[in-house]
Design a binder for this molecule. Structure first.
Ligand code: ZN
Ligand code: ZN
Length: 355
């Protein structure tokens, strides 16, 4: 079954006739189109793809299994006709459609076409990776590992966080990646207490922790990997934080397997942090799905009831953040299997001094 066939099968379960796919990543996943203005309509026997003049040639090369239509740049204007006879229940991706766009859609569609909120159907398919997708994610993870070694060889002390970030992103491109999957994080000293710190024009000092959260993108697929290095001998407190995060991270990786709910895996790592008295300093979820997007389903978090399945690709990334002192996070990218998981990011997690 093709990806579109599988989504069409899900529609029947939801009592829908068709799905209007407007999220561009979902459009790409189903049709192969990588442009920035396109939408698809999918259902049993229906494979419509709409784009505007600018992308006709690109779509001709990329979109081979859909009926292609060229419509005005406001693609919605192409949806006035082309619908099956009679009443139609049309699902739409309510997580991607603004209130305004939904109103305009309503005005464009014939009255007999009913718009039904149906977000998440394509995302559910995307969560389980096919072998070709896994190959791209593996390649992105391997490239990310490679870049870590380049940065370690270059050293970090005396370079600014921004210089390090720019250099490592350039390496991703030079070594065959499309570039970074997200804006790289390089956070040293007390700045490491911010989980999503922006790299600064400040030089990395000696005897601090420096957190690098980076990921390459290959063939559209993302990698995501965090390491926290020491830039010299550390004060005991920082060394202990790193050791604790590592224990929690290893407990999280050991817990991953098909059938578990996201919150159960989260708890395996969080319990280690809680037991050491740092629960308040671990204020985010344990991990997230990764694929065409850097954050996708499923989520590993205290509230996540989503069950892991073979082929899910998720991160395991506990962190401890102490305001004014610094922080540590360690993140691996793993593929869920029946019995456990396979770790895709292999650069060392052991305490590492990079000066
Ligand atoms: Zn990350
Ligand atoms: Zn992540």
């Amino acid at each position: 079954m093709s990806r579109a066939d599988r989504v069409a099968a899900r529609l029947a379960e939801q009592g829908l006739d068709l799905l209007l796919v407007t999220g561009l990543t979902n459009v790409r996943y189903l049709t192969g189109y990588t442009g920035t203005n396109g939408l698809a309509v999918v259902g049993a026997g229906t494979r419509r793809f709409l784009t505007d003049f600018r992308y006709v040639e690109q779509a001709g090369a990329q979109v081979t299994d859909f009926d292609r239509e060229t419509v005005p740049r406001d693609l919605r204007l192409g949806l006035g006709d082309g619908w099956p006879e009679g009443a139609v229940r049309l699902g739409f991706e309510d997580q991607h459609v603004s209130v305004r766009h939904a109103r305009l859609l309503r005005e464009t569609l014939p009255d007999r076409v009913e718009l039904v909120p149906a977000g998440g159907l394509v995302e559910a398919e995307r969560a389980v990776k096919e072998p070709g997708e896994l190959a791209a994610i593996r390649a992105a993870a391997a490239l990310t590992d490679e870049v870590y070694e380049v940065v370690a060889d270059q050293g970090v002390v005396g370079r600014t966080e921004r210089e390090i970030a720019i250099a490592l992103e350039q390496e991703m491109r030079l070594r065959g990646g499309e570039g970074p999957a997200f804006a790289s994080i390089v956070a040293s000293g007390p700045h490491g207490a911010q989980p999503h710190a922006l790299p600064r024009d400040l030089a990395v000092e000696r005897r601090v922790l420096v957190t690098l959260d980076i990921g390459a993108k290959v063939d559209g697929y993302c990698a995501d990997c965090t390491r926290t290095w020491a830039t010299g001998e550390l004060p005991d407190e920082l060394a202990e934080i790193h050791a604790l995060v590592l224990r929690a991270q290893e407990a999280g990786v050991a817990a991953v397997r098909a059938g578990l709910a996201g919150r159960e895996v989260d708890a395996a790592a969080r319990d280690v942090v809680d037991a050491a008295g740092f629960g308040e300093q671990f204020g985010h979820g344990l991990g997230h799905g990764v694929g065409l997007e850097i954050h996708e389903d499923p989520r590993l978090a205290q509230t996540s009831e989503e069950r892991l399945a073979p082929g899910h690709v998720v991160t395991v990334e506990p962190g401890i953040y102490v305001p004014g002192r610094g922080g540590a996070r360690i993140e691996d990218l793993v593929v869920v299997t029946e019995e456990g998981c396979e770790v895709l990011t292999s650069t060392t997690k052991a305490p590492r001094v990079v000066a």
